[in-house]
Ligand binder design. Structure first.
Ligand code: AMP
Length: 451
């Protein structure tokens, strides 16, 4: 089984700007929440591609001198989030290759579901792989395609792969951006104020570099960027949208517009829905920072129960999920969140978080609030129980580690020692994000997989 190396990542592409690699760098900063393990940028100067990638945060991987070596008007970048496997730098992106048409680099967000199959077939034909990344399959498929032009080879290659992919390709003179037919992972197109184009996983990158949002790359669409031309659109697949609802629940930044809608507003809607379908009497609503903040605001505004900052977050600790062992995770939760004792002492509090995965965080939070003197702790979750793992690019543990796949809500409530626990239901979640048809993937809550 291939390791899932492209989970929860961010991609960016800058085309036709004299400071392309700098803009890619700033964009990756804005997208750092999507992956903290490794970062990389490839640029093209028309003749050659230049790549720098390494483990660590964007700020650590790059500096002024390094960016200066990434010359050219076009650049693509990536931040990687992966909990699995070897953290070898070989598994950082962009993936670069020399082949018969020249040089290319690829960045990928998502997860290919037929990666093993494709890889085994390629290996049988003599291909040699250097990494565990499913993205490397694409390099081989493009290099081996019989088509003459890179565009046709890319189309050939993406027709062989299945699953979730938002991809950006860089050649010596062109850039290509593509979303799979379901559009699982986001990818937006923008115009840079003083010339050129940008594609990025989230629009918060546009705001930072002064780009204007044009539109999303459509599911199944391939965009071609060529010098002095507006991007050309090719419909590679008939779109059958299944956008990842978890982007709204947890993953994207609240100041981004994802799938055409404000993430902040979607989360506030979830909180408001939660207050309607799972009301409880209390003195205050407090968020688990930062994920629970917008939905706690929504809950408070809709219920009239005052919003308070009851938990302080230490921002200088990485995400708790990063550490692979349970012991380290427990410790990290303690380091990360502390109670505002004066605010919550003697009070009935509603605590809002976006999701419960293993249950470690919620259990610790309830305990912490009780120890700080809260008289009642009511846990409210702004999404349905996470019962099933994601195969399309969000990092969730195996099914047996997902607490909601083994326990009922009442059992989880006992486990986390809360006075009450309630989740948003699927219908209310879909209502919150204005889903009109069956256009969202909700497999993590329903186990209904599409691919
Ligand atoms: P747990 O302690 O395992 O129940 O984790 C729950 C916490 O993890 C919640 O506060 C969520 O905001 C956060 N979370 C949910 N999904 C993910 C994910 N895929 N990666 C990292 N953190 C997550």
């Amino acid at each position: 089984m291939l390791e899932n190396m492209n989970e929860k990542c961010a991609v960016v592409g800058i085309y036709g700007h004299k400071e392309a690699s700098k803009l890619a760098y700033f964009s990756l900063h804005a997208l750092q929440h999507r992956g903290q393990e490794a970062a990389g940028i490839s640029s093209s100067d028309g003749e050659k591609l230049h790549t720098i990638k390494d483990r660590g945060l964007v700020m650590k991987v790059f500096n002024e001198q390094k960016l200066a070596t990434l010359s050219g008007t076009n650049a693509i970048g990536h931040t990687r989030y992966s909990t699995a496997g070897d953290d070898s730098i070989l598994d950082a992106q962009p993936v670069f290759a020399r082949y018969d048409l020249g040089e290319m680099a690829i960045v990928h967000n998502g997860n290919l579901t037929n990666a093993d199959e494709v890889r085994n077939a390629l290996i049988k034909k003599g291909a040699i792989f250097q990494t565990f990344m499913d993205t490397e399959n694409l390099i081989h498929l493009i290099a081996k395609s019989e088509k003459e032009k890179l565009l046709d080879r890319i189309i050939d290659a993406v027709k062989r792969i299945e699953g979730a992919f938002s991809l950006v390709f860089l050649s010596r003179t062109k850039m290509f951006a593509m979303r799979d037919r379901h559009g699982f992972r986001p990818l937006s197109l923008g115009r840079i104020a003083n010339g050129g184009y940008v594609v990025a996983s989230e629009t918060c990158a546009f705001d930072l570099i002064g780009a204007e949002f044009i539109r999303d790359v459509e599911p199944g669409e391939l965009l071609i960027f060529e010098q002095d031309k507006a991007p050309i659109s090719v419909k590679v697949f008939e779109p059958t949208p299944k956008k990842c609802i978890f982007e709204y629940v947890y993953f994207a930044r609240p100041d981004s517009k994802v799938f055409g809608q404000s993430v902040y507003q979607m989360r506030k809607n979830m909180g408001a829905e939660l207050s309607k379908i799972r009301p409880v009497e209390a003195d205050m609503v407090i968020p688990v920072p930062d994920g629970g903040v917008p939905s706690a605001i929504g809950y408070s505004q809709a219920s009239g129960i005052p919003y308070e900052m009851g938990i302080m977050r230490n921002h200088y600790i990485g995400r708790t999920f990063i550490e692979p062992t349970q012991e380290m995770r427990d410790l990290k939760v303690k380091m990360k969140l502390s109670p505002m004792t004066d605010i919550i002492k003697g009070k009935r509090v509603i605590v809002i978080d976006d999701s419960i995965v293993r249950g470690t965080t919620s259990r610790r939070i309830v305990k912490m609030l009780k120890e700080a003197g809260a008289s009642e702790v009511h846990m409210r979750i702004s999404s349905p129980p996470t019962t099933d793992p994601c195969f399309y690019g969000v990092d969730t543990p195996d099914k047996e580690k997902l607490i909601a796949s083994n326990m009922s809500t009442d059992e989880i409530c006992d486990f986390i020692e809360a006075d009450s626990l309630a989740y948003l239901d699927s219908d209310a979640l879909l209502r919150s994000v204005n889903a009109t048809t069956d256009d969202y993937c909700t497999a993590c809550f329903t186990g209904k997989y599409i691919v």
